[in-house]
Design a protein around this ligand. Structure first.
Ligand SMILES: [Zn+2]
Length: 124
């Protein structure tokens, strides 16, 4: 009988362990979800104060120092976007396949087209 008791105990312990793993996995997922909510709230608070500074308000020194990072990042993004546009080149330029695109509406046209078949504008 003692042997069967041991087996029962073992099975019970194994079940408890499995349940604990399931429970802790569920809780971890809830923690992650709550953490995302928290991050989102903190981000909104940040955006709220950035908008105030954008509108000309001066906040305390520490915030103003952090705001310099915002300005610097915005400038970097603007510079990189301009670089991307420059890399794309003028839209009306003929492509390798011999097609060109109307700079007014974007319609693909024959390289020799003088006018756009879609919007009617004269082509450069
Ligand atoms: Zn067009």
């Amino acid at each position: 009988m003692a042997f069967l008791d041991k087996i029962n105990d073992f099975a019970k312990t194994a079940t408890e362990k499995t349940n604990n793993v399931i429970e802790s996995t569920k809780l971890s997922a809830k923690v992650d979800s709550e953490q995302r909510s928290l991050n989102s709230i903190i981000q909104k608070i940040g955006e709220y104060y950035v908008a105030k500074i954008d509108a000309g308000e001066t906040l305390d020194e520490e915030v103003m120092a952090m705001y310099e990072g915002v300005v610097s990042s915005r400038n970097n993004i603007a510079a990189m976007r301009a670089e991307i546009e420059a890399l794309k080149g003028p839209k009306a330029e003929a492509t390798a396949s011999g097609a060109k695109f109307c700079p007014y509406c974007g319609k693909e046209l024959d390289v020799s087209a003088k006018f756009c078949l879609n919007c009617g504008k004269q082509q450069p």
